[in-house]
Design a binder for this molecule. Sequence first.
Ligand SMILES: Cc1cc2nc3c(=O)[nH]c(=O)nc-3n(C[C@H](O)[C@H](O)[C@H](O)COP(=O)(O)O)c2cc1C
Length: 307
Amino acid sequence: MNLSIQLAPENKKGLKLANPVMTASGTFGYGTEYEHHFDIQKLGAIVCKGTTPEPREGNPQPRIVETTDGMLNSIGLQNIGVDALIIEKAPVWAGWQVPVIVNIAGSTIDDYALLAAKLDKVAGVAGLEVNISCPNVRAGGAEFGANPDAAAKVTGVVRKATSLPVIVKLTPNTGEIVRIAEAVTAAGADALCLINTLKGIAIDIKEHKALLGNGYGGLSGPGIKPVALYMVYEVAKSVDIPIIGCGGITTANDAIEFLMAGATAIEVGTASFKNPRAPMDVLEGIEKFLLQEKIQDIRELIGVAHH
Ligand SMILES: Cc1cc2nc3c(=O)[nH]c(=O)nc-3n(C[C@H](O)[C@H](O)[C@H](O)COP(=O)(O)O)c2cc1C
């Protein structure tokens, strides 16, 4: 049975994964946090916490609220910063079998260029995932990823600054995700990941104010799956680079739906908080499905819902 897939067919280095199961940024730390739960080396790839040029403390508490079918978070990109990541984390990853992809986030175009340049040629870093769901401080705080031109500009500077495979992670908080996917593809992305969290709020009815310290947050978990699946399905019709599906994936069946909608790989996010073994359970469930259905190669499933 073949489970391996290629996420960057046009890139010199390529990004070959032993299987399509990845972890979503911000839900799996730096990988090491989950090592005692299962053999993380068996995963397709690990995507680390969003990384910024400087260390960040994140947003004021409370930063997490449970919802009926998921959660709202406003972590605010708390992270150790790119320099500490290069010194402390990358050398550990360099000894791993599983590829690690660094998720990068900036407040300006220059931040993204700097992060990409610093991480280029760092042993242990197999690729970059560019989070463009961040406010552009030079454009009144509008998300880079909400506009095709800004999204393409970020992609272009990252592309120029690195020879690593570049995955651009799209935000669902826009009415034009297909146009943004096309713009980012034209600007040199090797692959796309969709989706990031949906903007949402919760209100404390006793205190008459927003529950999250930051006012609003990002919605994730099972409740967003149909939205994410629809976006993957629509984007798959108009771009031909690999797509990583993400959003509410909790079981192998969820993952298979994303593959059938046109995703080449998938990321497991919020599900890991409830069940730290979720990515492994998803992988084992996919293998079982392929055996049951007598499918020799996972790639036979990609996009079949379009036929
Ligand atoms: C607590 C938390 C932190 C997150 N941090 C990041 C991040 O740093 N960078 C990023 O691109 N996405 C981040 N995300 C978004 C997830 O990677 C994923 O796109 C989203 O949660 C949808 O998938 P899910 O429903 O499976 O969680 C975060 C999500 C959660 C719940």
